[in-house]
Design a binder for this molecule. Structure first.
Ligand SMILES: [Zn+2]
Length: 371
């Protein structure tokens, strides 16, 4: 199967050069679900590009009858972020011009919607597929109005144009998969949303973090929050529905790296998930993998209480107990005294799943995270 390839102009630079997005779209013989995958929204988080490449290579080997529905793949989905450097390091987490995190800019229909309960009441007795279509149309129609401002003489700041381009590719999807890594060094895990634990297990990862408190306007959130809001409202009205709409952020290892093991996990996980969803019509059966689930509100990030150099830090992946030493800070001074060592201990039990690359810290800088 050969994909359709679309090149979409994104931005013209001051020099006159243009940056673009490129979509690889595989369409199966039978219509069905739409799956949208993107990688590298944060500029330093490159592992997902290798995942997408391997998925393209895999999908190419299939017959059209072995794919049900569509798979859209967008590698290097944020050219401005991908190409940003500071010395030899890729930064690329923020749009420096607007001072915004590239993954906190997306259009969230839930925030502009003021008639949710009214709408839910009109849908309460309809079948789930009809509600799905009605609500999807409502979201898409509202989204379409954003173009007016974009094409007006006053136009919009770049992050609003960028989000429009990415969301216009994904707004009508059934499943959205956003491939990230740690900024620093991290384990492989995923972020998931309420009532989606069963599906999560098909990504074959060991850990999942429930987004029970939101970062605000992240890509996955902006996609699924309106649907979760509708599910909640219908529940309050006495109708229990979970739509087959899902959003995932996969965190695949470390920043600025494409760790082969993390890439492999990403590829196998996505394939198994697509098999589970019936998007891949193959003889192999999807398998669920036992996972440890945590909530985002339970995660503890440790920030340096003083400035200095981090040493004797527990390795990434360590299970720690409350009171156990996590790391020490070698602290210098300008008060005529000898340097000193300060121990930092765990506040509670947990797994060290992410650690900073830089061992020099100003007071208040990130050191590690425990789930
Ligand atoms: Zn990221």
């Amino acid at each position: 199967m050969i994909p359709n390839i679309y090149t979409i102009p994104l931005i013209q630079l001051a020099s006159g050069d243009r940056l673009s997005l490129q979509v690889y779209r595989f369409v199966g013989a039978k219509s069905g679900k739409k799956v949208y995958l993107q990688a590298n929204l944060h500029g330093a988080e490159i592992a997902g590009n290798a995942v997408i490449y391997q998925l393209i290579e895999f999908l190419k080997t299939l017959q059209v009858t072995q794919l049900v529905g569509e798979v859209w793949l967008v590698p290097v989905c944020n050219p401005l972020g991908v190409n940003q450097r500071s010395h030899r390091f890729a930064s690329g987490r923020y749009c420096v011009y607007e001072g915004k995190d590239w993954n906190r800019i997306f259009w969230d229909y839930e925030k502009s919607q003021d008639d949710l309960e009214e709408f839910a009441k009109t849908q309460i007795n309809l079948d789930i597929d009809t509600i799905r279509i009605n609500y999807s149309n409502k979201i898409i129609n509202h989204f379409a109005t954003l173009t007016e401002k974009i094409h007006s003489p006053s136009s919009v700041p770049f992050t609003e144009l960028f989000r429009y381009r990415l969301q216009s590719l994904s707004i009508d999807a059934d499943y959205v998969i956003d491939l990230h890594t740690s900024t620093d060094r991290g384990l492989d895990y995923l972020y998931y949303f309420s009532s989606r634990e069963l599906s999560a297990q098909y990504f074959l990862l060991d850990y999942g973090i429930l987004l029970d408190d939101y970062d605000g306007d992240a890509f996955d959130e902006a996609f699924i929050k309106p649907w979760l809001a509708l599910e909640n409202t219908l529940r309050q009205l006495g109708r229990e529905i979970t739509f087959d709409i899902e959003a995932w952020t996969l965190e695949l290892g470390s920043g600025m790296q494409m760790t082969p093991q993390s890439v492999e996990k990403g590829v196998q996980g996505v394939k198994n998930y697509l098999l589970h969803k019936g998007v891949l019509a193959l003889k192999t059966k999807a398998i669920a993998h036992e996972m440890t689930f945590r909530s985002k509100s339970q995660v503890t990030k440790y920030y340096a209480p003083v400035g200095g150099m981090v040493q004797a830090r527990v390795p990434l992946g360590s299970e720690v107990e409350a009171g156990e030493k996590l790391y020490e800070i070698l602290m210098f001074n300008k008060t005529g005294e000898l340097p000193s060592l300060i121990d930092i201990c765990a506040e509670k039990d947990g797994l060290v799943y992410d650690v900073a690359t830089n061992h020099a810290v100003n007071e208040g800088e990130y050191v590690l995270a425990v789930m």
